[in-house]
Design a protein around this ligand. Structure first.
Ligand code: SAM
Length: 301
């Protein structure tokens, strides 16, 4: 059915009800979207996600002026529609995140890892250059939390030079992350000592927001990286890889592929952090060094 059809429409939700109807009437179409999304990003949407997918895509249909999900499917599968495929993925990703989420990881870094790096640097056994990858960073709370931790504990005067690559598949969240401005309510997620040093409270037209200080922004670089890709546009290896609450959306096959990709970029003495509900029991090259923190088995204990 096209926009010019004369069938009566529900006021207020023009297009959405029809799109929902179209998809719910055609499970075959849902299954095509399932496969398309899986092949694009490794996320398998189970049948319970049908309503969610429908409502999220319906909004996109409305923006594009399309009337049915099958029209949208035809569009998004055109070879030259890479941009539309990435917009579709933006619609379906779950981006929940917080500053200092899962604080045990930050405590572990502050109490165990950073003191060890300092000892090693003093003994001339490591450089003071730190390379960190926050893979699946959402709107930036996680990489900025890491940046605060590093700036507090590893001073530039002592020669420390941390750099964080923060990546996500969703361009929408990356845009928010680059803006570096957050609702003031999020201040409660940040321990007081960090809040005072690294967040600027918005005034006048920015009232109700807070902004990360420029020093913090300088050490975080954002990029769109699809972790399900066969290779990643990143160079070298990382001292830390944070990939938390991302693997949870993948099935075993895609999880294995993503893990293999991450492990290729983990430095021989590096650490991989995953979310607290993501245990990597099947990862042959990794050993557990702390709850949900892994190192390469080949690395010295
Ligand atoms: C729930 S958020 C987790 C954010 C953060 N790591 C945390 O723990 O608070 C999951 C993020 O993974 C991203 N994501 C999902 N599939 C991805 C993929 N194939 N490649 C890269 N990022 C992906 C989503 O866009 C989303 O922002």
């Amino acid at each position: 059915m096209s926009r010019s059809d004369s069938r009566p429409r529900m006021p207020g939700n023009c297009g959405i009800s029809e799109a929902i109807e179209e998809l719910s009437l055609a499970p075959v179409l849902f299954s095509r979207f399932q496969k398309l999304i899986y092949n694009e990003c490794g996320i398998w949407l189970g049948p319970q996600k049908q309503a969610l997918l429908t409502s999220r895509l319906a909004r996109r249909l409305r923006t594009l002026g399309l009337s049915t999900m099958s029209e949208y499917f035809r569009l998004v599968t055109q070879p030259d529609q890479q941009h539309e495929r990435s917009v579709m993925l933006d619609c379906i990703t779950t981006n929940e995140t917080h500053f200092f989420r899962e604080p045990r990881h930050f405590d572990y870094l502050a109490q165990e890892v950073i003191p060890k790096w300092k000892r090693e640097a003093e003994a001339g056994k490591r450089l003071r250059h730190l390379s960190v990858w926050c893979a699946g960073c959402s709107s930036g709370e996680e990489p900025y939390s890491l940046a605060m931790l590093f700036l507090k504990h590893l001073s530039a005067e002592a020669g420390w030079f941390p750099q964080i690559l923060a990546s996500d598949i969703s361009t929408r969240v990356l845009e928010k992350a680059r803006e570096a401005t957050f609702p003031i309510e999020k201040a409660q997620e940040i321990p007081k000592e960090y809040l005072r040093s690294y967040m600027l409270k918005g005034t006048k037209e920015s009232t109700g927001t807070m902004r990360v200080v420029p020093e913090l922004q300088k050490i975080v670089r954002f990029a769109r990286i699809n972790l399900f890709a066969d290779s990643y546009p990143v160079q070298g290896t990382f001292d830390l890889i944070f990939c938390r609450n991302v693997l949870i959306y993948f099935d075993d096959r895609s999880k294995e592929k993503v893990l293999a990709g991450l492990v290729r970029h983990l430095s021989p003495t590096g650490l991989l952090f995953v979310g607290h509900s993501e245990h990597l029991n099947g990862a042959r090259e990794l050993r557990l060094v702390a709850p949900t923190v892994y190192a390469l088995k080949s690395a010295a204990a």
